[in-house]
Design a protein around this ligand. Structure first.
Ligand code: SF4
Length: 371
């Protein structure tokens, strides 16, 4: 059977080579060719013996997911719709800034967690992405950006993507094993060599998986908070019913013992009249009081039938001021790539919904009731 080597981190690749009767150090060489230089053809790997290259070509491939559509915004933001088979697609977004280039990666086809303001959550859930499909998004983006810059392979040491955020479609901690393996490849010096501070995982708050992550692969942590009390969060981020705010804050504190940064970033989508009053801001200060943190306020990007409007800019400003006056660092996310729908919450992709969520909604059958 042909194996896709993009599914392997370095230890798995070393075992693969051992099974072939080859020395484990070949894994390091191959990681470098695949990820550092972006090679997909074994013939390019000139420091690997020809006989081994031929053997690899017979039984393995380096196969990133195909790109269905690539769009480039006027502001330089790029979005790829990555084909993950069976008429499904996930989206990957590159955001260039003066001092960094950030890639936002998807982890699942759709999402099962049903946050009410989220375009992905509205579409239902199909499946988890494989390691090759997750790390493949970084591979594909690097490849495309290199070509745009006129390189076939990047000179050693050069990097266009400096930061990765696991904030695209899906809840990354619900696809734990594949996401952690992909992040280990991102951190591997023979592959992408990103520091743990430059890889951020954003979760809606799967507490047991947060505890595992701090042991297995403690990267920077962002938490999709979006509400300052349990009543409201139960409604708009339903996983809160399972892991309410007090448990989530305690998990954040535990995470920070191992985290590469000494703060958690709380993401807060600004929904007009829902979670954006001064009282909400004051409640929020109380909720997070024991967690060193920063806030990222995200003006909501409306999508058809969302039922929400984005907060008025003066309300966002007032909300931000309450947090800043309490001494917190607050950023308000700029909308990037508006002309290509690349903004947060607009990543639609193409999801064949196995959870039949839209059907349920139309028939008003409560989620969780088996059909
Ligand atoms: S916000 Fe994140 S966890 Fe919630 S439904 Fe959307 S993708 Fe899933």
């Amino acid at each position: 059977m042909t194996v896709n080597l993009l599914n392997f981190d370095q230890p798995a690749l070393a075992s693969y080579f051992q099974e072939l009767g080859e020395k484990p150090f070949r894994a390091k060489q191959l990681m470098r060719w695949m990820h550092h230089f972006g090679a997909s053809d074994f013939e390019q790997m000139t420091d690997i013996a020809k006989t081994l290259r031929e053997k690899l070509a017979q039984q393995a491939v380096i196969q990133p997911p195909a790109v269905h559509v690539e769009q480039v915004s006027d502001d330089g933001t790029r979005k790829w719709l990555v084909d993950v088979g069976n008429q499904n697609g996930v989206e990957t977004v590159f955001i260039p800034e003066a001092d960094r280039g950030t890639l936002c990666i998807s982890s699942q086809v759709g999402c099962a967690l049903e946050c009410t303001f989220c375009s992905t959550g509205r579409q239902g859930f199909n499946r988890n992405l494989s390691v090759a499909e997750i790390i493949g998004q970084l591979w594909v983006a690097n490849h495309s950006l290199r070509q745009a810059d006129g390189y076939d392979m990047l000179p050693a040491g050069e990097r266009i993507i400096s930061n990765v955020v696991m904030m695209g479609m899906g809840e990354p901690l619900a696809n734990y094993d594949n996401v952690v393996t992909a992040m280990r490849i991102m951190l591997d010096d023979s592959a992408y060599g990103l520091s743990r501070r430059r890889v951020t995982l954003s979760t809606s708050g799967l507490v047991p998986a947060m505890d595992r992550l701090k042991e297995d692969c403690p990267v920077a942590l962002a938490v999709s908070l979006h509400a300052p009390n349990d009543n409201l969060r139960d409604e708009i981020v339903p996983i809160n019913k399972k892991y309410p705010l007090a448990e989530l804050m305690a998990a954040c504190q535990r995470y920070l013992v191992k985290a590469p940064r000494d703060f958690v970033t709380f993401e807060y989508v600004m929904l007009d009249g829902i979670n954006d009053t001064l009282q909400h801001a004051k409640q929020l200060l109380d909720v997070v009081k024991d967690v060193p943190c920063k806030f990222n306020l995200i003006p909501f990007n409306p999508f058809p039938d969302s039922g929400y409007d984005t907060s008025r800019s003066d309300n966002i400003r007032r909300f931000r001021n309450v947090l800043m006056q309490a001494g917190y660092v607050v950023t308000t996310r700029k909308t990037r790539g508006e002309d290509i729908d690349a903004a947060c919450g607009q990543l639609a992709g193409k999801v064949q919904d196995k959870t039949r969520r839209s059907e349920r909604r139309a028939r008003k059958i409560p989620i969780g009731v088996a059909l």
